[in-house]
Design a protein around this ligand. Structure first.
Ligand code: PHE
Length: 455
């Protein structure tokens, strides 16, 4: 990689040493010109934002690891490049590993590891790790190249996603990219990946426009026209509701798309949307919204938005909205919903991708290994992160001859019947997975499975 990182940028950038980094251990960024000589392994906890108080790029230069601050055409970004990395020659996506000739397949990951939907990034990355540990040990045993990740935090922002995707392509030279979660972020990153002809696969973005960006962009989850229909049917047919208020997050493509889909089906089924309200991410005071919603006298309130806003909103509306059913989509699927909303979220319903209380052996084995490894119960994003690694590994295996971005793109797009944690994954010609949705009830014990709805 002639134009890559390492030596060429050395002169232009300030370096900071990274001290004390190891798996599960905290690292510190200290002003220093001395590079540290620590092996940081693929899944060392160095990718979390807490390790990078300043925007920094961790570049691996052979046997030493450096952190550098960089600004320029990519803006400020955070990068984690893994051992024996970016300043070596070779094809995109390949990196020397442990001795000359040994190569690994390098895949970029852009996730919401900090910012307003940070639980998605955390769970998604955990899921990816869990799957790759298994996949890589099988690949090693079979004498195949292992898959290594270069993980970047998009801070839950669109512009950071575009910068990260750019960084992964131009500097880290990854073969493909997994990410992002929030649709607005994926839309921003997808433009860059499509332009550069680098396959980008979203584990979780459901807005229909994400994969419409072009043939290099795919997803392993269902889309919002389906999710909206599922929720409208559930509200109208299962719950027998016919007067809805919809509350949207103005700046979220996810929210606006899901609103459209819900409204269409709900009204087709004879329901009426009697009022609509909106808010902006991070709003703290919902009192005006709470009383306007109440004044429409709805029998169901649909909030296509993320947990970080929904939790506090429902908490503030606890008394005013008593007796009215509240429903949402996968954006509510976070353990933080219960922490933020308290008792106000009990008795609400959501549609999502995966039920951790599904009694099947496959799911229970996954839940058990996730809990053992990370000490938490997995939500949908954990399952989707896991499945994105399965789909990617299956596509890599199906490429014949030289592994190129173009061939990998074709292999991803022809994915059929990959048995995932979140269902059986096949991509249609729009590069979307056609999968079941599950309805969950939020209870004091967490999310509880209610029913499955098939496309
Ligand atoms: N579907 C959401 C979006 O497109 C993201 C999401 C997926 C959130 C899965 C939670 C779980 O923005």
């Amino acid at each position: 990689m002639s134009d890559g990182s390492g030596t060429q940028q050395k002169g232009k950038n300030a370096f900071f040493a990274l001290t004390r980094v190891g798996t599960g251990e905290k690292g510190f960024v200290k002003d220093s010109t001395k590079p540290c000589r620590i092996r940081c392994e693929v899944f060392g906890r160095v990718m979390g934002q807490e390790f990078f108080p300043k925007a920094a790029c961790l570049i691996n230069t052979g046997n030493e690891v450096r952190i550098m601050k960089r600004q320029g055409i990519f803006g400020v970004f955070v990068a984690l490049a893994l051992m024996a990395g970016c300043n070596r020659g070779g094809e995109p996506g390949e990196q020397a590993r442990e001795g000359p000739g040994a190569k690994a397949i390098k895949v970029g990951v852009v996730l919401e590891l900090s910012g307003n939907v940070a639980t998605y990034g955390e769970e998604g990355l955990n899921g990816l790790k869990l799957a790759l540990e298994k996949i890589n040990s099988e690949r090693k045993a079979a004498g195949k190249k292992i898959i290594e990740l270069v993980v970047l935090d998009n801070k839950s922002e669109g512009i950071e996603t575009a910068n990260s995707v750019n960084q992964l392509i131009q500097v880290n030279k990854v073969l493909a990219i997994i990410g992002a979660v929030a649709s607005t972020n994926s839309l921003a990153g997808a433009k860059v990946a499509q332009e550069a002809h680098v396959p980008m696969m979203s584990p979780a973005s459901t807005n229909v426009a994400v994969t419409e960006t072009g043939e290099y962009i795919s997803r392993i989850c269902f889309i919002d026209p389906f999710q909206g229909e599922v929720l409208a049917k559930f509200a109208a047919q299962e719950l027998g509701r016919n007067k809805a208020v919809i509350i949207t997050d103005k700046a979220s493509d996810y929210s606006l798309g899901l609103r459209d889909a819900f409204l269409k089906t709900f009204e087709e089924l004879g329901g009426k949307v009697v009022g609509e309200e909106s808010f902006s991410q991070g709003d703290a005071d919902y009192s005006a919204l709470v009383s306007s919603v109440k004044s429409y006298d709805p029998d169901v309130i649909f909030i296509p938005a993320y947990y970080g806003d929904v939790g506090p909103m429902l908490k503030q509306a606890k008394d005013a909205w008593k007796g009215i059913v509240k429903i949402g989509g996968d954006g509510w699927d976070s353990p933080s919903l219960l922490e933020l909303g308290g008792a106000a979220v009990f008795g609400t319903f959501i549609s999502t991708h995966f039920a951790a209380d599904d009694p099947s052996k496959k799911i229970q084995d996954f839940v058990k290994s996730y809990e053992e490894r990370f000490g938490a119960r997995p939500g949908s994003m954990a399952g989707l992160g896991y499945d994105s690694a399965l789909v990617l590994a299956s596509a890599i295996d199906r490429v014949e001859g030289e592994l190129t971005r173009d061939k990998l793109k074709d292999a991803i797009n022809s994915t059929t019947n990959v048995e995932g944690i979140t269902g059986n994954i096949s991509l249609n010609k729009e590069r979307n997975a056609v999968k079941d949705a599950v309805i969950m009830e939020v209870t004091p014990q967490g999310f509880r499975y209610k029913t499955t709805i098939s496309p």
